[in-house]
Design a protein around this ligand. Structure first.
Ligand SMILES: C[S@@+](CC[C@H](N)C(=O)[O-])C[C@H]1O[C@@H](n2cnc3c(N)ncnc32)[C@H](O)[C@@H]1O
Length: 256
């Protein structure tokens, strides 16, 4: 050795291919070992966790003069009737909150309820003694299928899915489709608008009426765009029906 850099004598193509092999191995490692741990939870879950709203929530939803709450009780009753749940049904409820929806269930084979909020769940638990075969999972709506094995006969949800972005909604629908039994139903009641055009005009309409709170909710939360959601559901293979309950509340039945 004459003290010069030994690597300098290695031909350039050999150096390049060694670097490529090292790069390829590290990429493979990321794909094989890191990807499964990439989180699928919703981006805004922590913001829409209702822990801070739990105490006033049930009084709040009784005020149907509020455009956000108009139709609330009819929507819940409709979701339960459209879900066709019987005493053997395995049911998944997404964003169970204070349990107002499952309160309307007369019985089922098993109810799995999911929410991020422990305080909402504490209120739900106190109201749901009549459903002994209920289990609660504190997790993100998008992650529940990592913990629960299919199939479910019904998936039900009210006023929770509008906390997911449109892309997240479509991802959720795919997971729901994969985890529903053939003939199973997913029934949703939520804050929805026909399309982005109606969203823009409703924001303007509520601002003109002096209702900045409702306009802001439409602007900042992810009220469903029915056209986008229905397109996604149909592409997945669902048969879909919609029903309007108030200015901002709609129901969607998706049959597998
Ligand atoms: C407006 S409340 C609706 C509660 C109930 N379903 C009802 O109809 O009254 C929305 C619920 O969804 C929960 N939530 C919001 N985003 C969530 C997410 N990404 N994963 C799980 N729960 C979520 C909130 O904590 C809250 O309890």
């Amino acid at each position: 050795m004459d003290g010069s850099d030994a690597t300098a004598s290695v031909p350039l193509f050999k150096k390049t291919s060694s670097i490529f092999v090292i790069f390829a191995i590290s990429c493979l490692k990321s794909v094989c070992f890191l990807r499964p741990s990439v989180s699928m939870r919703s981006v805004h879950g922590p913001v829409f966790n209702h822990d801070d709203d739990a105490n006033g929530y049930d009084a709040d939803v009784r005020n149907e003069k509020d455009p956000i709450r108009a139709g609330y009780h009819d929507v819940l009753a409709w979701v339960i009737s459209e879900a066709r749940i019987d005493t053997s049904s395995r049911v998944l409820e997404l964003g169970s909150g204070t349990g107002n929806l499952s309160c309307l269930l007369h019985g089922c084979g098993e109810l799995v309820s999911v929410d991020l909020s422990e305080r909402m769940e504490a209120i739900a638990r106190s109201k749901l003694g009549h459903i002994p075969n209920r289990r609660f999972i504190k997790t993100d709506i998008l992650e529940v299928f990592d913990y629960e094995s299919a199939p479910f006969d019904s998936v039900i949800s009210t006023y929770a899915i509008h906390h997911l972005t449109d892309n997240e909604k479509c991802l959720l629908f795919a997971k729901v489709f994969a985890n529903l039994a053939p003939g199973g139903r997913a029934v949703f009641g939520d804050l929805m608008l026909r399309n982005q055009g109606e969203k823009a005009s409703k924001i303007q309409e509520y601002l003109t009426k002096g209702d900045a709170k409702t306009a802001q909710a439409i602007k900042e939360e992810f009220f469903w765009s029915i056209d986008t959601a229905v397109r996604c559901l149909i592409e997945l293979g669902f048969q879909v029906e919609t029903k309007r309950f108030s200015d901002l509340s709609w129901g969607v039945v998706a049959r597998k």
